[in-house]
Design a protein around this ligand. Structure first.
Ligand code: ADP
Length: 450
């Protein structure tokens, strides 16, 4: 198993019943007949239908959500045989795609995006390919050291950031402006005889540093946004309405490139800053952020920004669509890290396969538990959905083998003129009300058809 896989937490869900009918969406239309066929009493039938075994390696918000979910039971000794994807019972669900690192490791993500950009240029032209220009120029080190040096010399004086490809939480990152700061990654020095026995240098990416981040109160921030992929072929992706902006504690300046409290917005880094206030934290919910932008910019500018952010989700997922091993047992909740610059252009920094689910405040706890509850609603082990829903709690269906329109009915994609995508990032999240209505109407539909 690749190292990247071992880093991720796995969560496995499986219906407890030995008779799986009724759990798959494809079975839903015949579900009632199946259950009648069991000859069980109504109470037993409900009990059996609601019994779902779960196993998780996490002891945080996720465990709270799973333990409180009606009919779900934790198992202690069952994970291993389901863990390696070699064999999975029909109705098992697992929270990662097998080779998710194609998108979630910094070097692979860039490699896939570069390849996809080229493909788009060939097949759809330069304009379409330009829609992939949302990641800062990036080189893999040490293997692209020489290419990097060429680029470095073309743009003297700019700032670069070095990031280890497989670490997280800001670990191992540094900024630089001089080649001598990255001497260790010079490939040719490694191949010379007297260095043969050296431990190979850790793989990094050298990336153009965004020197003009959008600042609020003089401080830099990035956005954490959640995207749930239920399938790659066809691509079916949901966007969560809530997320947050993570601020640095210290005012932004390019004068001190060695100060990680200025340049790295990871909570794990900022938490260790002497100015950090545990009560105040360093987060804004996305709704607050969107309202802030609306008070400072024209509505069209804000709309364009959020449309550009949607484009990042779709294009990045499409870039790995043919690479990810498609498996109907798998789903993935990604945490996207997005930085916005002073021209309101969003940049993709990275995609996380195991976004932090640990809560740093009450507000954060609520966001994460609601996010997880809604993820489970969409995963739908209970088989309550019809498969035609465009919204489930805080999730809006963004892509379903094509863009999803906010309007009802089949979208007119001819010129994409009036097409409005079904995304509501940073908008009101009245999820409780929506879930009540949704499950109520699903129950009524079921009653009517039984
Ligand atoms: P990690 O996986 O360690 O969190 P990230 O790529 O998310 O690595 O980078 C950590 C932080 O560094 C980001 O949250 C952001 O604040 C900053 N950062 C990363 N890349 C860039 C960049 N190209 N330009 C500006 N800031 C960056």
């Amino acid at each position: 198993m690749p190292r990247e896989c071992q880093r991720s937490e796995y969560h496995v869900f499986q219906p407890l019943t030995s008779s799986p009918q009724g759990y798959g969406r494809q079975d839903l239309s015949s579900e009632n007949q199946n259950y009648k066929g069991h000859g069980l009493s109504k109470g037993k039938e409900r009990e059996q239908r609601a019994s779902i075994r779960f196993k998780t390696t996490l002891m945080n918000t996720l465990m709270d959500v799973l333990r409180h979910r009606p009919g779900w039971v934790e198992v202690k000794d069952w994970l291993r045989e389901n863990f390696d994807h070699t064999y999975m019972d029909e109705h098992v669900r697992i929270s990662h795609f097998r080779n998710h690192y194609e998108l979630t490791r910094k070097n692979y993500m860039v490699k896939n995006l570069k390849r996809f950009r080229k493909q788009l240029e060939r097949e759809a032209g330069k304009l379409e390919a330009a829609k992939c220009d949302f990641f800062p120029k990036t080189f893999e080190m040490p293997c692209e050291y020489h290419l990097f040096v060429e680029e470095f010399r073309k743009n003297p004086g700019i700032t670069w950031i070095m990031k280890p490809v497989a670490r997280s939480q800001g670990k191992g990152i540094f900024l630089f402006r001089r080649l001598k700061d990255i001497m260790d990654w010079r490939k040719d020095t490694r191949s010379s005889d007297n260095q043969k026995d050296d431990i190979p240098v850790e793989n990094y990416v050298a990336q153009r540093y965004i020197e003009n981040p959008y600042l609020i109160g003089g401080r830099k921030f990035d956005l954490r946004v959640y995207v749930l992929v239920m399938s790659y072929i066809p691509l079916r992706a949901w966007l969560y309405r809530d997320g947050f902006a993570r601020f640095s504690n210290t005012r932004f300046t390019l004068n001190s490139i060695d100060d990680q409290y200025v340049h790295l917005t990871n909570v794990a880094v900022q938490k260790t800053s002497p100015d950090y206030h545990p009560k105040k934290g360093c987060k804004w919910m996305l709704q607050r952020f969107r309202q802030y932008l609306a008070s400072k910019h024209r509505p069209e500018a804000v709309e364009t920004l959020f449309r550009d952010i949607d484009n990042i989700f779709v294009k990045s997922l499409q870039s790995v669509q043919k690479v990810i091993i498609s498996d109907k047992h798998c789903f993935e909740l990604y945490g996207y890290d997005i930085l916005i610059d002073q021209d309101l252009k969003p940049w993709l920094l990275e995609v996380n396969a195991s976004p932090s689910l640990t809560a740093s405040s009450q507000e954060d706890y609520e966001l994460k538990t609601c996010l997880l509850e809604d993820t489970l609603h969409v995963v739908d082990m209970e088989a309550r959905l019809t498969g035609r829903e465009k919204r489930v709690g805080g999730f809006d269906l963004m892509w379903n083998d094509g863009p999803v329109s906010r309007e009802e009915g089949a979208p007119d994609l001819s010129g994409m003129g009036n097409f409005v995508t079904n995304t509501h990032l940073g908008c009101v999240n009245d999820r409780k009300k929506q879930l009540r209505q949704l499950f109520c109407s699903l129950q009524l539909q079921k009653k009517a058809s039984s």
